[in-house]
Design a protein around this ligand. Structure first.
Ligand code: AMP
Length: 848
């Protein structure tokens, strides 16, 4: 108003103001400075109805909710003489929406009341009091609107009117940029906004964030990650410096190039090998490169049984193995007459073999007397073949000192010398034989060739497809005579009756330890058929990692199912009982077995539906086998089963979302369950999602949260779990991929060294992270009590850990050092600390 000299073009009504005008522009002086107001003060008059209308206010389409902030003064009615009967101390705010500026047309009836505006502080004769009030106008939908102020007989001066809406400012979070977003209104309190990954960052699912009505960003979900060759630097992705690499899109920093690699370029996905160094096809591209091994040394031949034409060749490993442990040897024999040599032919026998030797000796037999033999011992390593293939022309084997002695062996001299007369040569370390390129397989090839070409022709047959289930049992299972079975001891309770350990002794066969499942008396025919259906299914499988069916008893009163005996029982129980006792390597080995069993089942098109650690059995060599194939088990008698709305029963925390939502059970949903089994195994039998309810689990999963990495879990293993838990089932790995990856990890145990971090952005909140009312813990003892670990109070105090701040600084090592030794306790305390940290970081996210 100051700028326009008081002329805003606002409309006053009634147009004919008569003697007592309504709202009018008034100039005032306040604290020495001049300013304008719209005022009205007809306190002595009856029936006042004075309107002041703003000009047309255009609305930004998304702003459905605007704020109106008014500054005004209202005079105290008591400060006027004899006017108090009609004098008012309030005025009204109205609004009217319109798609166009209607100019000076004014119809009261089109205005809706927003609020009655009353002053907090009233102005007396002597003292001026300015009030500020803000009102919200909700649910605006047309192109613009007017505001109007109705006076009904007060003495008011309007100093300023500010109309605004709120936005969440443009921002970059989790490497995604989010645009400026108009805050929602009553009908949409949280506006969900998708981000776009910043340059050189990628993500499977676009990150999302919510804009609150107050214009604040909250609850970011998802994360972009710098693509291979890039790392995060201050909300952006920068190329890896020369000498560093990053192989996959991840939140990790670029890593230092490993040994024997080139360090010239920036932004690399892996560091190429230096000249003369190689990686085998199975070596990770992120690992070091190795040189070729030097020649075997000290090759010696000794005779053992001369008359049998036999000798023993021994040698020492190469001095330089090229940094590898996968050294093997091969032997080649040549018969030389003069300078002409030719292969010895097939007659010669090698024990144990002529190639792939891991020991530094071989015995050679069927040699003829009077002949010269040349034996060539070659050392190979994982990179040998690759090196010769990579550079077939340029490659020359490192030369070694060749030992060339030539003596003659005759019947006569055999006793005299006690040694074979031999032409020995130590040379040539690598095989040059050009292999058929088809024979080389990368890990992916292995998967495709084995699943596409070598896929077992056998497909699982659902016993229900047989009209008479008894026929199915006899087709797939061997009938055993009960007299060949001895029950020894009850070892478990099955769905249909007791499970026993016992002995199976079939005539003319070795006796074997077995598990015997029985059917309790009083069963119905339907129960008998359901019971035996497990045998009909199991009998179709034959794999190292699937529980083997020995046979069934169906022709006698007491039906039984006899399987191989698994000494260590169910996997979840077994791991709980041996918490913390196995290194990751061994746990991954167990998972490899389970994955191999599942690959077999999926190749046979069998979908398990109830893969969980409780359904894996463990034998005395810690081999894991998939079990539990009953047809009814998933639907009817599963202790974990929860009824769904469609009436089925589903073990929620092991089951993929699409299987819960619309019963889409596939091998891909089995892969999800396998991910949960991985978590159970790496967490030594911990219950997935702890004590969260099934409902909480489903909600968290739908909101893209996942189980956090178990304590001490290798990062590579956790990454695989996360892959198994991808929402889009077509993106999950297949069991063949999983077996290959686990094999790879087992071959290079270094890949298990990096421990997975706890990532609060994707992780479900850990248990016991705050007091019961959600407030932070006030003392260490209150916290310990909440996680039922009070017995360690003194340990914490003695170690000087006396505030929650100290607690937050603790590492797993520190917890051990203050005297917490039991793995279960260690884990509970460590998890709780992780959860506390998670909370602090979540709070800071909200605080941004
Ligand atoms: P199931 O009805 O298959 O779930 O078996 C019930 C329980 O019996 C399992 O949890 C195991 O503890 C035990 N059990 C079943 N089969 C075997 C087996 N082949 N070897 C050892 N224990 C078994």
């Amino acid at each position: 108003m100051r700028a326009t000299g008081g002329e805003l073009g606002w409309l006053t009504w009634p147009l004919d103001q008569g003697e007592k005008p309504g709202w009018e522009v008034t100039q005032r002086t306040l604290n020495g400075s001049q300013f304008y107001t719209y005022s009205v003060c007809n306190v002595g008059e009856r029936e006042q109805d004075n309107w002041l209308r703003t000009t047309f206010i255009q609305r930004r389409p998304a702003a459905s909710r605007v704020f109106v902030e008014l500054q005004f003064i209202v005079r105290d009615c008591n400060s006027f003489d004899a006017t108090s009967l009609t004098c008012k101390e309030t005025f009204n705010l109205f609004t009217s929406e319109s798609d166009a500026d209607v100019g000076t047309t004014f119809r009261k009836g089109q205005f809706k009341k927003v609020a009655t505006i009353a002053p907090d502080e009233i102005t007396s004769k002597n003292e001026l009091r300015i009030n500020t009030e803000t009102r919200v106008v909700e649910n605006l939908s047309r192109k613009g609107f007017y505001l109007a102020f109705q006076d009904i007989g007060a003495c008011v001066a309007l100093l300023s009117t500010r109309v605004y809406y709120k936005t969440c400012p443009a921002t970059v979070k989790s490497l995604a940029s989010f645009p400026e977003t108009v805050a929602g209104g009553e009908n949409q309190a949280l506006r969900e906004v998708s981000g776009v990954c910043v340059d050189n960052a990628v993500s499977e699912k676009l990150p999302r964030i919510y804009c609150t009505v107050d214009g604040e960003w909250v609850v970011p979900v998802g994360q972009c990650q710098c693509k291979p060759g890039y790392e995060e630097v201050k909300d952006a992705c920068q190329e890896c410096q020369p000498g560093f690499f990053k192989a996959v899109a991840s939140g990790d920093k670029c890593e230092l190039c490993p040994a024997n690699t080139q360090r010239l370029s920036s932004g690399v996905l892996f560091c190429p090998c230096m000249d003369g160094f190689y990686r085998a096809p199975t070596d990770p591209s992120t690992g070091p490169c190795s040189g070729l091994p030097s020649a075997p040394r000290d090759l010696v031949a000794t005779t053992t049984q001369l008359s049998a034409g036999k000798l023993l060749l021994t040698w020492s490993p190469p001095e330089d193995t090229g940094g590898r442990i996968d050294i093997t040897y091969s032997i080649e024999c040549q018969r030389c007459e003069g300078i002409v040599c030719q292969p010895c032919g097939e007659k010669i026998r090698y024990e144990p073999a002529s190639t792939g030797l891991t020991d530094t000796k071989v015995s050679v037999s069927e040699l003829d007397a009077h002949l010269n033999y040349t034996f060539i011992v070659e050392a190979h390593s994982g990179v040998s073949l690759f090196a010769s293939q990579a550079t077939p022309q340029a490659y020359r084997p490192p030369s070694t000192s060749a030992l060339t002695t030539s003596l003659h062996y005759t019947d006569k001299c055999q006793f005299v010398h006690g040694k074979w007369d031999i032409h020995l040569q130590m040379d040539f370390i690598f095989s040059f034989r050009k292999r058929n390129s088809n024979s080389r397989q990368g890990p992916e090839d292995t998967y495709f060739s084995s699943s596409e070409q070598l896929k077992p022709l056998k497909t699982y047959v659902d016993p229900h497809t047989y009209e008479d289930p008894n026929v199915a049992v006899l087709k797939f299972a061997t009938e055993i005579h009960p007299s060949h079975i001895t029950k020894q001891k009850v070892i478990g309770a099955g769905e249909f009756g007791e499970v026993y350990r016992g002995i199976l002794k079939v005539p003319a066969r070795k006796e074997v330890a077995v598990a015997i499942k029985t059917l309790k008396p009083g069963y119905t025919e339907k129960q008998r058929q359901d019971f035996l259906s497990e045998a009909s299914i199991m009998g179709q499988f034959s794999h190292q990692n699937i529980i083997r069916l020995e046979g069934v008893v169906t022709k006698f009163k007491h039906a039984m199912i006899v399987t191989e005996y698994m000494e260590n029982g169910a996997l979840d129980r077994y791991l709980k009982d041996h918490d913390g006792e196995f290194p990751s390597f061994q746990l991954v080995g167990m998972l490899r077995g389970i994955a191999a069993g599942m690959k077999y089942l999926s190749d046979m098109s069998y979908v398990h539906r109830d893969l969980a650690a409780r359904n894996i059995l463990v034998n005395n060599t810690l081999e894991c086998k998939v079990s539990d194939f009953g047809l009814s088990r998933v639907l009817e008698d599963n202790p974990e089963g929860t009824y769904t709305t469609s009436g089925g029963k589903i073990p929620i925390r092991w089951t993929a979302p699409e299987a819960i939502a619309y019963r889409k059970f596939t091998s891909a949903s089995d892969v999800w369950s396998f991910g949960i089994v991985m978590w159970e195994v790496m967490a030594f039998g911990e219950r997935p999602y702890w004590d969260m309810s099934n409902h909480e689990v489903m909600k968290a999963i739908n909101e893209a949260f996942r189980l956090p990495a178990p304590m001490d879990c290798p990062s590579t293993v956790y990454q695989l779990m996360l892959q198994c838990w991808l929402q889009d089932r077509s993106k999950r790995p297949r069991f063949g991929d999983i077996v290959n990856l686990l094999d790879k990890l087992l071959r290079s145990p270094d890949s298990l060294k990096t421990i997975a971090d706890f990532d609060p952005r994707i992780s479900i909140r850990l248990p016991s992270t705050s007091g019961s009312d959600g407030s932070p813990f006030r003392s260490v003892s209150e916290w310990l009590e909440s996680i039922k670990m009070s017995q360690y109070s003194e340990n914490f105090t003695c170690a000087g850990v006396v505030t929650m701040d100290h607690v937050l600084q603790m590492k797993n090592e520190d917890i051990k050092n203050i005297g917490v030794r039991l793995p279960g306790h260690l884990k509970r305390i460590a998890y709780s600390i992780l959860g506390l940290k998670d909370q602090t970081s979540t709070l800071s996210v909200f605080a941004v």
